[in-house]
Design a protein. Sequence first.
Length: 74
Amino acid sequence: MRYHRRDGRDWLAQIFQCRAAIIGGVIRRQIIDVEREIGTDALIAEVKRRGFRMIRTNNYYVIICNDGAIELIC
């Protein structure tokens, strides 16, 4: 049986096809998954290309899928 391993570009495209990304919401991905699938540099490049913002928490990258102002409350 032959298994199809998806390409890192497919994984990246799939991230930005979710409803949250389309409507300007927030998505998150585990850092370990990003490193395994495409690498941080590729994710950062795509986030910048789209004009979005990204923050890093302990185990996650959080992508704010719009270019509006960000205010850190606490």
